[in-house]
Design a protein around this ligand. Structure first.
Ligand SMILES: [Zn+2]
Length: 409
């Protein structure tokens, strides 16, 4: 089972640190053998599971834990347990669709749990189990990663061989930093259809501020349109090859979306951190409700992973100690941030905002972002009223939900 990089729920923040191993030639041989053995053992267990129709971890453990150790001498007891766990994991979500036992790739990552490794932090070595016995392998890494390894609690690690280089990706638990009081108000972010994200200081994302392959919102739309057409064509075809291609395309679109959401959220959190502000986003249900798209445009809004962007921003803000709030999305696009007047007539056209009260005019998404920022600041003030509970403000943030938040952190 590989390290899960997307679960950010327990106390403290899990993170992954990558170390580079420097094995001697004989150690390389032993590590290669260990890797092969682990994959073969996991495949063997997977076959047992398949033939015995036994897939749950506990039953599979009873069935396979001893049999697997006979043909794979040199596999330690703990490694056998890991092999069983991997086989169970491989079948866990795919039992209905799998047509045969799972075959583990001979060069894939090998998970090592904490009991299989022992660290010597001062000497910068790690001891790993191999069929030829324990190997004490020196490691190097970036200074910040070495510091993390030296100080933080460590969990599972994946042993990886990438283009001849041996890597160890270690899960560590970061202490959750206290949330800093936002000193310059809030940064509001409007998430939308035409523009994925517009910040209250006017930046439109994705745009020139973001690095990466996506040039702008028009580019995102073009890519999504193309995928949609491909999907329609393949769905109409309906052959098994078409279905396979569809699955591959889904994976590709998924990764593109996640990558872009990571870039967006990183940029937003960095910007807030740099300027000493908190971050305010709309609580999710606003997005579907507010969109008034033409029928042929409708697939675009509902397809985008807004929830993912919110989740990424939330955990990155927590990691940076930046205040984060979800605010009520009602009328953020029709209210005037200057005079407070709320009217449908404030939006003469889709992208335009002109206040009927005070004639404030501007880009509609930008005005919405300003409203979101103002609601963030107001919501924060309500939660963090001085002497309300006698706890320091950061502590209180976690223990009470702001009234404006639809799903508080
Ligand atoms: Zn106004």
């Amino acid at each position: 089972m590989a390290i899960r990089r997307s679960t950010f729920k327990c106390e403290g923040l899990p993170s992954v640190v990558q170390l580079r191993l420097a094995p001697t030639p004989s150690q390389t041989e032993a590590l290669t053998a260990a890797m092969r053995l682990c994959h073969q053992a996991a495949t063997f267990v997977s076959r047992l599971a398949w033939h015995g129709h036994t897939f749950t971890m506990l039953d599979l453990h009873r069935l396979a834990c001893h049999p697997v150790r006979a043909p794979f001498a040199g596999l330690g007891a703990q490694a056998a347990v890991r092999a069983v766990a991997r086989a169970a994991g491989a079948h866990a979500n795919r039992r209905a669709t799998k047509k045969r036992a799972h075959i583990f790739r001979p060069h894939g990552a090998v998970p090592n749990d904490a009991r299989m490794m022992s660290w010597s932090r001062n000497a910068r070595t790690v001891s790993l189990c191999t069929p030829a016995g324990r190997m004490i392998v020196p490691y190097t890494g970036r200074p910040e990663d070495l510091k993390a390894i030296g100080t933080l609690p460590m969990g599972e690690a994946d042993l990886i061989r990438r283009r001849g280089v041996w890597l160890l990706q270690v899960a560590v638990t970061l202490p959750e930093p206290l949330v800093c009081e936002p000193i310059n108000g809030f940064l509001g972010v409007d998430q939308g259809v035409a523009n994925l994200a517009v910040m209250s200081d006017g930046a439109v994302l994705p745009g020139p501020a973001l690095t990466g392959p996506i040039a702008g919102n028009g580019h995102v739309r073009t890519l999504r349109e193309r995928r949609h057409r491909q999907r329609r064509r393949l769905q109409r075809k309906g052959t098994s090859v078409a279905r396979r291609v569809l699955r591959r395309l889904a994976g590709r679109e998924h990764r593109m979306t996640a990558d872009l959401d990571h870039r967006l959220s990183t940029h937003v959190v960095r910007e807030a951190e740099r300027t000493g502000r908190g971050i305010a986003l709309e609580a999710l249900q606003g997005i579907r409700g507010r969109v008034r798209a033409h029928r042929f445009q409708r697939r675009t809004p509902h397809g985008w992973a807004f929830a993912q962007m919110i989740a990424f921003t939330r955990y990155k803000a927590a990691r940076a100690g930046t205040a984060f709030l979800l605010v009520n999305p009602a009328y953020t696009s029709q209210a005037c941030p200057e005079c407070g007047c709320v009217a449908k007539a404030n939006r003469p056209a889709r992208g335009r905002f002109v206040c009927t009260g005070c004639a404030l005019a501007g880009h509609a998404d930008h005005i919405a972002a300003r409203n979101i920022a103002a609601r963030g600041a107001a919501g924060w003030a309500v939660v963090n009223q001085p002497h309300a509970t006698g706890l320091p403000s950061a502590r209180r943030d976690r223990e009470s939900k702001p009234p404006v938040s639809a799903s508080g952190s």
